[in-house]
Design a protein around this ligand. Structure first.
Ligand SMILES: [Zn+2]
Length: 282
């Protein structure tokens, strides 16, 4: 089973995770820039983080045979902090970098006017840079949040097929797919979406334009949830080609719109054992 995790925050994960992901079939991933939990106090803090997503983390992933790409943005939560919003002025010089495959994650957190401004500005940046956009849908007020998100997308210059709406569920899947956008589902260990609910959604809505991710980060999460959905699909009677479409071809088709995916560069994980290069931080 070959797996492309289209949304995972590897900065927060260990080398054991990288190894287990490789063993489970993960060969490529996208790491969206996001909120680190600890609030940032200046735009410079974003720039160091962006540089890490462009340099250090791809290097770390390559030691485990996994191709690493990223999406960059001012995240929805910090769009409300005036100490952070000036990073919007620095984004254009980062969005031209080779491994940036979308603008993201953007979208709504609490649906404030400041979030309206940041979302519209960053959809415009995506259009200007010929990039797709990864749009997070809010965890509260899901359907209202989706509709407000779709309104802003329709007013933007970015076509629906270049937008991936993420963190969807049974409430939002139908309207998301009808909008022409791609539909992303984050599978969590004990809250929100799980494998069984994902199987039911795939049964009702098919495998086209649907992506599954682990969204693993610094909270309780599981970087192997993509593989667990693949196994659950096979156990539920889906074919291997269906699994390949959801776990590989769909994310490749979506992020491939950037023209920047590098899927041939993941080297075999020769440094799994006795890895000395990555011990420098000890
Ligand atoms: Zn995320």
């Amino acid at each position: 089973m070959r797996i492309f995790d289209p949304h995972i925050h590897m900065t927060s994960r260990t080398t054991d995770d990288y190894r287990a992901m490789y063993d489970a079939g993960v060969r490529a991933l996208v790491e969206p820039s996001f909120w680190l939990g600890q609030p940032r106090t200046s735009p410079a803090s974003f720039l160091d983080y962006f540089d890490a997503l462009l340099g250090w983390e791809p290097f770390r992933a390559a030691q485990y045979g996994i191709a690493h790409h990223c999406t960059l943005a001012l995240n929805p939560k910090e769009a409300n902090d005036p100490r952070c919003t000036p990073v919007l002025d620095a984004l254009p010089r980062y969005l031209v970098k080779d491994s940036v495959v979308a603008v993201g994650e953007i979208g709504y957190d609490s649906m404030t006017p400041a979030e309206d401004t940041a979302l519209a500005a960053q959809l415009q940046l995506a259009a200007d840079h010929d990039l797709p956009a990864l749009v997070h849908t809010p965890h509260r007020d899901k359907l209202a949040g989706l509709h407000r998100t779709l309104d802003v997308i329709r007013e933007s210059r970015l076509p629906a097929e270049r937008v991936l709406l993420d963190h969807l569920n049974e409430t939002t899947v139908k309207d998301a797919l009808n909008s022409g956008c791609w539909a992303g589902f984050s599978i969590y260990p004990d809250t929100k979406m799980d494998e069984d609910r994902m199987i039911a959604i795939l049964r009702s809505h098919g495998t086209g334009r649907i992506l599954v991710n682990s969204a693993a980060d610094w909270g309780r999460s599981d970087p192997l949830k993509t593989r667990k959905v693949g196994d659950a699909m096979l156990a539920a009677g889906f074919g291997e080609d269906d699994v390949d479409q959801v776990l590989w071809r769909n994310p490749v088709a979506f992020y491939g719109q950037s023209g920047r995916l590098r899927l041939d560069t993941a080297a075999p994980p020769a440094l799994h054992e006795g890895n000395s290069i990555l011990r420098g931080g000890e």
